[in-house]
Design a protein around this ligand. Sequence first.
Ligand code: GLU
Length: 283
Amino acid sequence: MAGTLVSRFAPSPTGALHLGHAHSALLAWRRARAAGGRFLLRLEDIDTARCRAEFASAILDDLGWLGLDWDGPVRVQSAHLAEYGGALDRLRGRGLLYPCFCTRADIQRELAASAAAPHGPEGAAYPGTCRALLAAERDRRIAAGTPYALRLDMAVALGAVGRALYFHDETAGRVTADPAPFGDVVLARKDTPASYHLCVTHDDAAQGVTLVVRGVDLLAATHVHVLLQALMGWPTPAYAHHGLLADASGRRLAKRDRAAALRDLREAGRSPAEVRALAGWPD
Ligand code: GLU
């Protein structure tokens, strides 16, 4: 339906949900329900080294207990690897990706050796070592079975788009996207056939999400997401990057903070309404 607000909550099942997640999920859910729109749930579980099935089922259980309901089936990213592969093939076919054989140690060594490595929002940007490899050397390494990631050639990608990019954030307003400082971001990892940046933008488009609600810690990543949307012809949704909940000492809540885990609050006898209030959304 044109004009329908579609929001989503997209946790990674790498641990227990805490009050910070509840804050985000409740905001996305409330926005959809208030607008008569749709609220979707997506499990971002492509990082098989860190995601666990028991966390995934605990997430669904905790959200249901909290009083959230979602529309349609839960989208589980690990069931859609072929779709991400298709998107990567399209980018690769346009010469926007290159294989990167570097190990973390290779990258650290290269960065240490260069006087002024450019820094992006995710730390030092990749120095571009494998971008410069000759095609014959690339082919030789691939044929030899050397594992590789796929990186976006940022300069070529920006040139391919050839126009200024923007997104709208409900707090920050109209933001000019500046993905260049991220450098050649990884779109497929050696151990995982796709990366967060690729999967999240693919799925927001595939699911027709119109409002992305998530923590302000992901605001910087949005600069890359807007570029991928432009490259792939996917629409750019509106964004609502919200502030992060802190613990009593002012530290940002993390999965390790047991006191804030929804499961523990529930086992300590707190009601869903009390937990909604603790998460910043009193009824
Ligand atoms: N899966 C991401 C996380 O748990 C969130 C992705 C998003 O909301 O864009 O941090």
